[in-house]
Unconditional design. Sequence first.
Length: 238
Amino acid sequence: MAMDSKASDVPRLFYVHGSGHTGDSFSEQARAFAGSAAVSLPGHPAGVALDSVAQCADWLARRVEESGTRRAVVAGNSLGGAIALQWALDHPAQAAGIVLVGTGARLRVSPKIFEMIDNDWPACIGTLVDWSVGADAPAALRDRAESWHLAVGKETTRKDYAACDAFDVIERLPELRLPALIVVGSEDRMTPVKYSTFLHEHVTGSHLEVIPGAGHLVMAEQPAPVNAALASFIKPLT
């Protein structure tokens, strides 16, 4: 991919949300880090959703190029973390670093989730929110998470989970040669801590932060420790 000769050499920070969510899930980070961008994937809710993690990674690469920066740091939650991994593998010239938030190198999805989406979408939203936040998460965060699903809708959310279910880059992890921060909530029920531990063990030089008491939406639920870890991570890169 050709890069603009006037593009900045300073890496820009991008955030990519999870299944059925929007860029609002990273609003606390977008406010905290000047010049960073929380993107909403196609179909979330504007446009038509993409079919695979690889397609999303290619879309992200175009967004990075269009932003006028040569290289980027991409932080992604869940599906967004899968996209960050795929982007770093498929577009290494752009990748200055990745931040993997509540995600995994393989994201198999329980058939129960697809059954809930197909058979009772309103009830499914409540269950997905329950599984996405810790026991002590504020009601306002639950309401926000519900609003994302309502805005994005059933079909796109299902497509997101299908993309996750097909995602598997375990065999490609040794290819990664870039700074990587891995963040997970200790109470994450969607992508348990063991997923992040596996990433840490197989991504050379990565750093793992486990946030006590937080769930899957750790960056929205406990932004202060996440932002502190992110600030320490990006300082030598920018």
